[in-house]
Ligand binder design. Structure first.
Ligand code: AMP
Ligand code: GLY
Length: 426
């Protein structure tokens, strides 16, 4: 078998999980990462370049004769990294900038849903604060307001009353989100349980991946500020077989077909954030990449070889690709720096990870770490993802928390209740 050289773009826990699986593919000879982190460095050769510096990424891919670039985060995708690489003759997995609009413009996605009759919350778009406030007078609480563009998960406000909603209009449109807030969407508040659904998409066809559920709030009991995700598990029991089929038929497939028909076919990972309402699954939002930390639990459960599946998606030949996953559930607990998602310090020393290597069913992915004079130090808000497989979710959870307790990092914190919804069902 010819061995390939792969280049992974990103530096979070999602990318460490991807790097770990890519490295295990028998077809991979070398794995490079830009910029990576201390955990990714155990799997790949990290290069300290800015993923948004496409000239530098292209030069590296050329110099190292990279066969496939795998892009983790949304920023470079929305900025057109795949367009640029492919134009230079370098194969890349992920959507073009035009297809990435499914994540980079909420208004684009809402309009697409309306045109294609895809179930989602009712909405209105505004480029003007006065018009948005006039609309709020006629709407009912709670009010859901969103910046149109990419805002690192911070562009959504759920306001309980009118004064709060009006203040949110000013906050979103007032420049705090730059261009992302030039336009806003106000939408109907959906009631239900949330779940995430992932699919590999090849431009015309798709292959569902397992479902997952994340915990967006910072503190136990789903309290506190929104974060990028404090933990996740897979599968999400709320995604029954019937709901999976319904979400695929009514949400994912019509989206993939519409994108192809419009001349902007979607290739890559399509991640649907769903609300399971009394009327069935409705789309909350799309992301155009793996979730973080959902990728960590999906990669923990992956049994097949990721590389052929990514190549098949890029090359428009997904039909017949069957990516195998472990039946056993997985859970991941995010260890974050005290203060996250607000201000936090970098540089505190983390110890105890060596003792966990080889613990059955446990893998610690690095999200925001670096090495300083040989020591592992925190280098971000979300720092480690303690991930475990188990015969059932309760066992997976016990393994993850037992492992987390053995990590010596006084400046970190984590939620103690990851998986509570799923476990509460038993
Ligand atoms: P988003 O960034 O669009 O996923 O929104 C962030 C979070 O806000 C979601 O995960 C939901 O918890 C919540 N949310 C967004 N839109 C709605 C909605 N229409 N109804 C209820 N909750 C929502
Ligand atoms: N876990 C949420 C996200 O990746 O957007």
């Amino acid at each position: 078998m010819t061995k390939r050289t792969l280049l992974l773009i990103g530096s979070g826990g999602r990318e460490h999980a991807l790097a770990w699986r890519l490295r295990q593919s028998p077809s991979v000879g070398r794995l490079l990462a830009v910029p990576g982190n201390a955990g990714i460095a155990e799997e790949a050769e990290c290069r300290d370049l800015d993923p948004m510096d496409f000239d530098a990424v292209v030069a590296l891919a050329r110099a190292e004769k990279v066969d496939l670039v795998v892009v983790g985060p949304e920023g470079p995708l929305a900025g057109g990294i795949v367009d640029r690489l492919e134009a230079e003759g370098i194969a890349a997995f992920g959507p073009t900038a035009a297809a990435a609009r499914l994540e980079s413009s909420k208004a684009f996605t809402k309009d697409l849903c309306k045109a294609e009759n895809i179930p989602t919350a009712d909405y209105a778009r505004f480029g003007d604060a006065a018009a948005a406030k006039a609309y709020l007078e006629r709407a009912r609480p709670p009010y859901v307001l969103k910046a149109d563009g990419l805002a690192a998960g911070k562009g959504v406000v759920i306001a309980a009353d009118l004064p709060e909603a009006r203040a949110a209009v000013d906050a979103l449109m007032g420049g705090a989100f730059g261009g992302a807030g030039a336009e806003i969407v106000i939408e109907e508040h959906l009631e239900g349980e949330e779940a995430s659904l992932f699919a590999l998409v090849d431009g015309k066809d798709l292959a569902l991946l397992p479902s997952a559920q994340d915990h967006k709030r910072a503190f136990d009991g789903d309290k506190g500020p929104n974060t990028g995700g404090m933990g996740a598990y897979s599968p999400a029991p709320v995604m029954t077989r019937a709901r999976l089929a319904e979400a695929e038929a009514r949400i994912l497939r019509p989206t993939v077909e519409a994108m192809a028909r419009r001349g902007t076919p979607f290739r890559g990972v399509l991640y649907a954030g769903l609300m399971i309402t009394a009327e069935g699954p409705k789309l909350i939002e799309y992301n155009v990449r793996f979730g973080d930390p959902e990728a960590q639990v999906l990669m923990m459960r992956l049994a097949g070889d990721l590389v052929p599946a990514l190549l098949a998606a890029r090359e428009g030949r997904l039909a017949g690709t069957d990516l195998a996953f472990d039946e056993r559930p997985a859970i991941t607990v995010v260890m974050a720096a005290r203060g996250y998602p607000g201000a936090y310090e970098k540089g505190s020393v983390i110890a105890g990870l060596e003792g966990l290597a080889g613990t059955p069913g446990v893998k610690v992915f690095h999200a925001g770490t670096a090495r300083r004079e040989g020591a592992l130090v925190a280098h971000g808000g979300r720092v480690l993802n303690v991930t475990a497989l188990g015969g059932d979710l309760a066992e997976a959870r016990k393994r993850a928390y037992d492992a987390a307790e053995r990590i010596d990092w006084a400046q970190g914190f984590y939620r103690r209740d990851i998986g509570w919804r799923a476990l509460g069902r038993d």
